[in-house]
Design a protein around this ligand. Structure first.
Ligand SMILES: CC(=O)SCCNC(=O)CCNC(=O)[C@H](O)C(C)(C)COP(=O)(O)OP(=O)(O)OC[C@H]1O[C@@H](n2cnc3c(N)ncnc32)[C@H](O)[C@@H]1OP(=O)(O)O
Ligand SMILES: CC(=O)C(=O)O
Length: 520
């Protein structure tokens, strides 16, 4: 069975709250989706807004190697003529070779929203599809609210599809527009519809309002649908659409249906992250198959199993979808987790039990090493006596001053020994961490020129026991970067300056020693 993949990230996906794509963003995403081997890319609703029109007027559909470009519109208004309806006739003029037409298949909508009769609605469907087919377009027909419509009046829902098919639609797409249908019912309705239209391609378009977007699409394929619509990462209005990323992986790896080439499947993680990036959405680490945590094994028993055979705790190999296995270490880890993590960090550990006890003790104090590889590597080295501290601290002092009507100023003074030499350094900053960072760099940079390349890239504070109010323990996470890598460090204390200092020093020590090792 061959399945056609229809992506609507740029049309239905763009209806997600908070998303706004420029014509250039759409072009970039369209090229990326094309490289994934999708068959159709629905890039917008050109009659809706000037931005979508600009995209369709400016983008050369022949640039796409695999996919056909699709422009979307609604059926013409009841009582008129398709050629006179600007939202319909516009598609005939655009170069996109495929037109996707949405029309009502639920009587509630026909009567309440359009304020017309089922017969007039059928005329509108016939006229619109026939007009665009005559204009040389491949016409895909989206039957809006098909499952709700079928539940209320199956004959009417089927009549809408028949009108579209007779007028020249090549694919009839059954839409669970409100996303409330469950797989058992949906599968039965798809199977019945497939029987009614032998030889016609039946498609499925699902939403995720009942959490069944992907499950419903797969159920529809089992019932005979051969065209699947969805969006990358499931973006879409309300709770989103069927996630095409998960669906592609499931169709290919679980249902044995070859929908893309193997090397395209290995790009799934990259494409998912790329689309999140352009849409300015923080990628959910827990997305199936492609999330950063999708193959992260934290439980000690799990890491132990994985180290013997990955199939013990992985349903598929992460490499198949371009993802990778991770073994975050923490209080739930066992000795095998520490061995795996140390190997990942390039460290050798003989006495794993002592390191594991140190990690668990520190996590009990409030440290958390999952996002703090730098501090974890240093903890391992400190436990095994292999760390190389950059300096020895004598004291530090931070003064924050606020005068009435003026801005607050912060000054930090650090006294330390470096390579046997006592250094005193004072610097100002816009906050205590900034002032400490400046004073420390001033003191140690002459001895560690690598420091010039290292910058702080993120600073996060978390209060661990909020009920203790201002006496609460604070955990600080600092990310540092040398422009090529990013590493995290953690500090904990009742005093936010002390917690920040620990994370700051760990971040710099890990960065400088790593840079020295690389040079060496
Ligand atoms: C299920 C789906 O995802 S369908 C796609 C939904 N996506 C969007 O709505 C995003 C883009 N939409 C838009 O930019 C605007 O809503 C437009 C340009 C389409 C229409 O804007 P307006 O003309 O101002 O109408 P408005 O959105 O307020 O109301 C919709 C009108 O279309 C009619 N309508 C709704 N569905 C359909 C349909 N399938 N076929 C024909 N007419 C329809 C309504 O009856 C209403 O008519 P009225 O103006 O006579 O009251
Ligand atoms: C067409 C469409 O987006 C829907 O019915 O959900």
């Amino acid at each position: 069975m061959s399945i056609k993949l229809f992506d609507t990230t740029l049309r239905d996906g763009a209806q997600r709250e908070g998303v706004s794509l420029t014509a250039e963003d759409k072009a970039r995403i369209a090229r990326e989706l094309d490289s994934l081997g999708l068959h159709y890319i629905e890039a917008g609703f050109p009659a809706s807004n000037p931005k979508d029109l600009e995209f369709f007027e400016g983008f050369d559909a022949s640039e796409l190697e695999n996919a056909r470009l699709v422009a979307f519109t609604r059926a013409r208004r009841p009582g008129g003529r398709a050629g006179d309806d600007p939202a319909v006739s516009l598609l005939a003029r655009l170069s996109a070779p495929v037109a996707c037409i949405v029309a009502k298949s639920w009587r509630l909508h026909v009567e309440k929203v359009l304020g017309t009769t089922p017969e007039k609605n059928l005329e509108s469907v016939r006229d619109t599809v026939a007009y665009l087919a005559a204009a040389g377009k491949e016409v895909i027909f989206d039957a809006e609210h098909y499952f709700d419509g079928f539940r209320e009046d199956p004959e009417h829902a089927l009549a809408v599809l028949r009108a579209a098919a007779e007028a020249g639609a090549t694919t009839l797409v059954l839409c669970d527009t409100n996303g409330g249908t469950l797989p058992t019912e949906l599968k039965a309705v798809v199977a019945r519809t497939v029987r009614e239209f032998p030889g016609v391609e039946i498609g499925i378009h699902t939403h995720n309002d009942a959490g069944c977007g992907v499950a419903n699409a797969l159920a529809a394929v089992e019932a005979g649908a051969t065209h699947v619509q969805g969006t990358i990462n499931g973006v879409g209005e309300r709770c989103g659409n069927c996630d095409l990323v998960t669906t592609i992986a499931n169709l290919q790896l679980k249902m044995g249906l070859k929908v893309v080439e193997e090397e395209q499947l290995r790009r799934l993680t990259e494409v998912s992250n790329y689309v999140s990036e352009i849409m300015n959405i923080t990628p959910d680490a827990h997305r199936p198959y492609v999330g950063r945590s999708a193959f992260a094994h934290k439980g000690g028993l799990h890491v132990d199993g994985i180290s013997r055979d990955p199939r013990t705790y992985e349903h598929v190999a992460p490499e198949l979808v371009g993802n990778q296995r991770r073994t975050p270490v923490g209080e739930l880890s066992g000795k095998n987790s520490v061995r795996a993590k140390a190997a990942e960090l390039g460290l050798e550990v003989e006495d794993v039990s002592t390191v594991l006890s140190a990690i668990k003790r520190k996590e009990h104090e409030g440290y958390h090493y999952e996002a703090a590889d730098a501090s974890l590597a240093l903890l391992i080295q400190r436990t095994t006596g292999e760390d190389e501290p950059l300096f020895e601290l004598e004291s530090l002092r931070v003064i924050s001053e606020k005068r009435a009507g003026g801005e607050a100023t912060v000054e930090a003074t650090i006294k330390l020994y470096i390579k046997g030499q006592r250094v005193i350094s004072t610097a100002e900053g816009n906050g205590p961490v900034n002032a400490l960072d400046r004073a420390l760099r001033q003191a140690i940079e002459p001895h560690y020129p690598e420091l010039k390349e290292i910058h702080l890239s993120n600073y996060k504070v978390r209060i661990l026991d909020e009920h203790r109010a201002t006496a609460a323990t604070t955990r600080v996470l600092i990310d540092s970067t040398d422009g090529k890598r990013v590493w995290g460090a953690v500090g904990v204390g009742e005093n936010i300056i002390e917690a920040s200092w620990q994370a700051l020093v760990d971040g710099l020590e890990y960065g400088i020693n790593g840079a020295k090792k690389q040079k060496g």
